[in-house]
Ligand binder design. Structure first.
Ligand SMILES: [Fe+2]
Length: 178
């Protein structure tokens, strides 16, 4: 029913490099939030958890004189754009259905509006779920990006999430068909 699991995504060197850079604990917590919200908003839990897990994969760290520079970040950051492209490439490489890869990439692209000119962003339900899931795990001053998790615990939670998604996707498809 799913071409690609979270475990396969998690295990890929690209994920190990870039998701760890922006915070593995945050990515996993956001995926858990997205799973819960996907039930509430009736969106596909497979797409929601993948987009949530990968939403910050495009992050770059903005430093000036060895310190994180928030102003520099605000001015130059395009992590959602870069992340959408990176997530899409990774998913396609792993064998994801191209329609799903596109939906996931768009949810990554629109999880924040921080890089957009002021205006209104109309999100669909999947995109809403991912943005809300991210917000729920945010801590002041970007501390959520630095929260630590051991590789062992991360692996255990990723496998747990895969099992939950497998269970919920059956219900989701059933609800859509009645
Ligand atoms: Fe985030």
């Amino acid at each position: 029913m799913r071409n690609v699991t979270l475990l396969e995504i998690y295990s890929h060197p690209i994920t190990q490099k870039y998701v760890k850079r922006s915070g593995l604990a945050h990515a996993i917590a956001t995926a858990y939030n997205a799973l819960k919200l996907s039930i509430k908003y009736d969106v596909n839990p497979d797409l929601a958890t993948k987009a949530a897990f990968l939403h910050d994969i495009g992050h770059y760290t903005w430093y000036k004189d060895g310190e994180w520079d928030f102003e520099l970040y605000k001015e130059n950051d395009i992590h959602a754009i870069k992340g959408a492209e990176r997530a899409h490439k990774l998913l396609v490489r792993l064998g994801e259905d191209p329609r799903k890869a596109k939906q996931i990439a768009l949810a990554v692209l629109l999880h924040t509006d921080s890089y957009l000119p002021d205006g209104q962003l109309e999100r669909n339900n999947l995109q809403k779920v991912v943005a809300l899931a991210d917000e729920l795990d945010e801590e002041p001053n970007g501390q959520h990006h630095y929260r630590q998790i051991s590789n062992e615990k991360a692996l255990q939670q990723i496998k747990h999430l895969d099992a939950l998604v497998d269970a919920h996707i059956v219900e989701h498809i059933y609800r859509k068909s009645v």
